[in-house]
Design a protein around this ligand. Sequence first.
Ligand SMILES: [Fe+2]
Ligand SMILES: [Fe+2]
Length: 343
Amino acid sequence: MTILIEQQPDLAGFPVGEKNIPRDTINELVLDGGFVMPKTTSDGFEAPEINSFGHSFRDYNAESERQKTVEEFYRVNHINQTYDFVSISTIPRILSIIHEVKIKSGLLIINVKRMREGYAKLDKAEMSIWECCELLNDVVDDSDPDLDEPQIEHLLQTAEAIRKDYPNEDWLHLTGLIHDLGKVLLHPTFGELPQWAVVGDTFPLGCAFDESIVHHKYFKDNPDHSNPSYSTKNGIYEEGCGLENVVMSWGHDDYMYLVAKENGTTLPPAALFTIRYHSFYPLHRAGAYTHLMNEEDHESLKWLKVFNKYDLYSKSKVRIDVEKVKPYYLSLIEKYFPAKLRW
Ligand SMILES: [Fe+2]
Ligand SMILES: [Fe+2]
């Protein structure tokens, strides 16, 4: 798999560390009811009806500045995330991380398989899970129409909401805390990848883009769209092959899965599945791509669906007393992870 580097329009994103962005330029989102969920679910979870901006969740169709930023994000994401290559705006720091660089027709060609292998080496940093939570505090996710809070708030809101309803599933509490830590890929230490290569909904590569993928229309400019090998329902895969054999668009899900697995976490398979596919909305929301799943995937998907309600609806103005809950989460980190992890 290869990344093709060329000039791309700016995402108008919010770089790591810029906390003082004038919010009035991004936070107007008109209610349009993209995804409607019942306020109270069968398991008693009280879902807030509005997000941080005071509007409905995952509303990608509203006309507003924030929505335009999100749509532009997905336009660039959908054009560039391909099986064989991904074209990205030139970011010098990325070059020190991605080792296979060639120049062809004036374009820089970067091998994505090597990039994945590069990140799998986990040689970028050494830190604890909690230190990583703190590092994420400066990151704002461009792709998310619902979230305008520091990431650590979202992590703890998710974990605490799960803890309230599933007090005995401590592994799921910790999954809530760590599921987005892969967003450190946005940080300079990790190559400062562009937002479209880190966040947003994920989808399989090497087979047809399902119409349920948000802003599907932009795939028409993705080279894979017209590649006969990749544009059939199964593409290069066999039915029931299992999601672990499917190449997903690159992002924070897959990276955090790698980090957890390679550092020898004792979290159960459902936790690793949840971390790896929590942005795979076409699967867990729309039911697409189930023909690629195996039996174990179906088992884990049940927990991912439970988790998703909390991932989505915790993005509201629920304040968490970080110092108060910190000891509990430190004890879970100690139970399931080594003191220091390689990243
Ligand atoms: Fe996420
Ligand atoms: Fe999340």
